[in-house]
Ligand binder design. Structure first.
Ligand SMILES: *Cc1c(COP(=O)(O)O)cnc(C)c1O
Length: 394
């Protein structure tokens, strides 16, 4: 499929392109969706073709029509040269780090990064002789002073995990590039619908497809989308490690992407309703949502992303772990569970103890909400039960 309508020279819209990328019905006898192709061995017609590997599919690990269909849609969404699929969002973090770092290298990682990313850097990368240095998301142009001759990777996440700190992505990517480092950004929160990191100079865009693309809490998958210059090394690392995804799961994500914009619009609207309501409450100290004008990174968010999704946090006004537990245990619609991006609402207590860089301690426990697709009035009533339980302690 091309991005131009053959009967009309005007460019097609993003939704149209997403819906029609990755599969051409003519190639599967008219069926509108790609087939789920399982397989390891792919046969070659003769030795000459085999020696030259002169056909699109050569071995199951290297791809199948179902996997290619999903890779192509994600390329369309991210504006990338190529995408690789891996079995989890965390593997989409570790694969590019392994691909671009070697023993003796230095890696700069934003301090508000997803916790398991930090764990990977502090354990496996450390064991391999790679030094990770965490930087304040508010570092701005000061990032240039942290670059060393052996800095090979600058790892970004904006908004940051759980606390949503923003940073100027184009500025950081440009500093990385001038210093000869590759920049990577975990784009899971904004999704490529709201932010396309490669257009801001980032080399690799990372996504936990487990979240909104899957959208139904029934699978794990990750993707890494790369520029032309970085894709080869990324694909090589994937093949060296021998990882890919199942055709069934790839199909589920391909399906999820069809309605992802509609779901995200609903998550965004309900989350904003609840965030604004929480902000008015006396028992809430602060709401950490980049789309609220009261949020410190709001201006940067407005210029850079301008849209939001269904995940944000708030700080209870006072109290500690007892109050957090009372609040969470009183909820009946918001489930207590990890991950997010599915249809159902979730709440968790945020642990900030692994942050390295001094930020003002929060006024009370930090609660993160994944706002699902339930009726927003029901979600609000559920949160009211949480606040009542905290009041009952006082
Ligand atoms: C959830 C998440 C991941 C990891 O995804 P999994 O599929 O659960 O491994 C990576 N980055 C961010 C920002 C996430 O929220």
């Amino acid at each position: 499929m091309t991005s131009q309508d053959p009967k009309n020279s005007s460019p097609r819209g993003a939704s149209t392109r997403r819906l029609h990328a990755g599969h051409d019905a003519d190639s599967s006898q008219g069926f509108v969706n790609p087939p789920i192709v399982r397989g390891s061995t792919v046969l070659f017609p003769d030795t000459s073709t085999m020696r030259r590997r002169a056909q699109k599919y050569t071995y199951g690990l290297r791809g199948t029509p179902t996997i290619s269909a999903l890779e192509e849609v994600i390329d369309e969404m991210e504006g990338s040269h190529g995408t690789v699929l891996v079995p989890s969002g965390l593997a989409a973090v570790s694969l590019p780090l392994l691909a671009f770092l070697s023993s003796g290298d230095h890696c700069l990682v934003v301090d508000s990064v997803y916790g398991p990313t930090r764990l990977f850097c502090d354990t496996m990368l450390k064991r391999m002789g790679i030094e990770t240095e965490y930087f304040d998301p508010a570092v701005g142009p000061g990032l240039a002073n942290l670059m060393r001759p052996n800095t090979r990777v600058v790892f970004l996440e904006a908004p940051g995990s759980n606390t949503f700190e923003m940073m100027d992505v184009a500025e950081a990517a440009s500093i990385a590039r001038s210093g000869g480092a590759v920049s990577m950004l975990d784009n899971t929160w904004a999704t490529p619908l709201h932010f396309r990191p490669l257009e801001h100079g980032v080399d690799l865009s990372i996504h936990a497809l487990t979240k909104y693309p899957g959208g139904h809490s029934d699978l794990l998958m990750g993707s890494v989308s790369a520029t032309r210059e970085t894709f080869g090394r990324l694909r090589d690392a994937q093949m060296q490690l021998g990882i890919n995804v199942s055709a069934e799961d790839a199909y589920m994500v391909f399906r999820g992407l069809k309605t992802m914009d509609l779901r995200i619009n609903a998550h965004e609207a309900s989350a904003l309703t609840l965030a604004r309501w929480l902000e008015q409450r006396a028992d809430v100290a602060r709401v950490l949502h980049p789309a609220l004008p009261s949020f410190p990174g709001h201006e940067l968010w407005r210029r850079q992303i301008g849209r939001s999704t269904g995940l944000f946090s708030f700080v209870l006004d006072g109290g500690g772990r007892t109050e957090a537990a009372a609040f969470l245990d009183a909820l009946s619609l918001f489930g207590l569970g990890y991950s997010w991006g599915g249809f159902e609402s979730l709440a968790v207590e945020v642990d900030l103890s692994d942050r390295r860089l001094a930020t003002a301690p929060p006024e009370g426990p930090v609660i993160r909400l994944q706002v699902g697709l339930e009726d927003v009035a029901d979600l609000q009533a559920d949160l009211e039960r949480g606040f009542a339980a905290v009041r009952a302690l006082r």
